[in-house]
Every structure is written in structure tokens, then in C-alpha cells.
Design a protein around this ligand. Structure first.
Ligand SMILES: [Zn+2]
Length: 252
């Protein structure tokens, strides 16, 4: 089943998580239902608190419910701005037009928020330790193993320094989200990697960790860096043209 086909001709999903990453529940209407097999379905809603896989973030999970209907959301995917949920029905069947309550698996999401904000702080620490702005090649800011891939050779011997600096600068800083036009993009960002391959857009969403960096990003973040806890670098792996840095967050 192709996600593009399931999402075709539908309006772009209203992404509630972009406005409020702490939103755990919301009502929305089912716009499309496609049965995969048995009790497994693809469902498209008119709005979503579920962040789809992409932009360096793994998919959210959770539940949809209505009277006589219970559905487990196992993953959220995206096609052209339309978010497609995949999962299985535990009670009843989904139908188009039904209004359902979305509930986020908050424990997982909150961990992802802490990890994503930590990832941006690590970006800064890596650049400071290496001594130049380092581009990233990929990332997964979430369980089971969070990592960021950098276009630089990072030896094991650098991990302690990077970890120490990341925790020093972490502090209790404000994390600000704002939207800017393409004309204002360059004056609104600092310490941002990968500007060469930033897609064209009418409006950019900037995530600024005060004094650390301000980066175009569509992810979900905590609102203060003190919520991250302690950043721990757990290992580094050499890649072709770079390094993959595994990390985690502890305590709060
Ligand atoms: Zn990000």
C-alpha cells in the first residue's frame, strides 16, 4: 500500500504539534480510511497531534477513540503534507466522518522532545570542539537509539570533551519557536547546519535555543533546556564521509 495513494487529493493535515508540542489530546475528524488487512488500517485525520516519521524524528504513537471505537496508532507517516496514521483497531471499525479523540503516547513523545532539543545542543558542542560549523548528514532524535550523523571525523577521544561542553552550555535556556519569511531567514538563524540543502518554502519554522543556535526545524522541542536533563554520549561510529554520534538523556 503506497502512502502517496492513500493521501492523494486530501487537504494538508493541520499539524497541532507544531503550535503546541505539549498537547497530548485533541478531537479530529476521520477523512479517509483504507483497510490494509484484518483489523489493520491506514487513517487520515483533518488534524494531527502525531508527529510523523521524518525531519530527524521518529514517529509518535498513541490511540484514537470514540464511542465503541478504539484504535492503536503504531506509526504516523507523511506524504505531501498529509499525515497518514497506521495501526490496528482494538474495538469497532473506523469510518470516514467519525470524530475521534487522539491521545498521544506522552512518555515516548516527551522523551523525543528532550532528545531533539539535546540534539541541537550537541550540534553546537560538536562544532565548538571541532572548531568549525559542521553539517549533519542524518539524525534520529528518539528511541530506541538516538543519534546524529556529522560530516566530520569524530574520534572516541573527543566524546568526553563534547559531552562535557554540551552539558555546560545546556543550562536553563529558553527554546523559542517562530516563523519567518524566506527574506528574513538568514538574519533569523545562527549556527544552523545544511543551509545548502534547505528546501524552498514560503515560510520557515525556526527553533532557537537562546544563545546556542537557531535552526530551521519542524520537530517537537521542550520549552526550556533544563527539561532535557543530562546529555550522555554513548558512542561513535565511523561512516563514509562522517561519524554517527549516539547519545541519550538522563534524569531531569
Ligand atoms: Zn531539529
Amino acid at each position: 500500500m503506497r502512502i502517496d495513494d492513500i493521501a492523494s487529493d486530501l487537504p494538508r493535515t493541520n499539524r497541532l504539534y507544531l503550535k503546541d508540542s505539549y498537547l497530548r489530546e485533541a478531537d479530529s475528524k476521520i477523512l479517509r480510511v483504507v483497510r490494509e488487512k484484518g483489523t489493520r488500517y491506514y487513517i487520515v485525520l483533518d488534524s494531527s497531534i502525531f508527529h510523523p516519521l521524518g525531519g530527524g524524528q521518529p514517529s509518535d504513537t498513541g490511540m484514537l477513540s470514540a464511542s465503541g471505537f478504539e484504535f492503536e496508532v503504531k506509526k504516523a507517516l507523511e506524504s505531501e503534507g498529509v499525515i497518514v496514521l497506521y495501526g490496528k483497531s482494538l474495538e469497532g471499525e473506523p469510518r470516514e466522518g467519525l470524530v475521534v479523540r487522539q491521545k498521544l503516547n506522552w512518555e515516548r513523545r516527551y522523551l523525543i522532545m528532550r532528545l531533539h532539543t539535546a540534539g541541537h545542543v550537541i550540534d553546537r558542542a560538536v562544532s565548538d570542539i571541532i572548531g568549525e560549523r559542521i553539517d549533519t548528514m542524518g539524525a534520529s532524535h528518539g528511541p530506541p537509539r538516538a543519534y546524529v550523523e556529522y560530516k566530520a571525523e569524530i574520534g572516541e577521544d573527543k566524546l568526553e570533551l563534547i559531552e562535557k561542553l554540551a552539558n555546560e552550555i545546556l543550562d536553563d535556556r529558553e527554546v523559542l519557536i517562530r516563523k519567518v519569511s524566506p527574506e528574513d531567514l538568514l538574519s533569523s538563524i545562527y549556527g544552523a547546519p545544511n543551509l545548502g540543502r534547505l528546501p524552498k518554502a514560503f515560510v520557515y519554522r525556526i527553533v532557537e535555543i537562546k544563545g546556542i543556535n537557531a535552526i530551521p526545524c519542524s520537530g517537537t522541542h521542550v520549552s526550556r533546556t533544563s527539561e532535557v536533563g543530562k546529555i550522555r554520549l554513548v558512542g561513535v561510529e565511523a561512516l563514509e564521509g562522517g561519524s554517527r554520534l549516539y547519545y541519550d538523556v538522563e534524569g531531569k
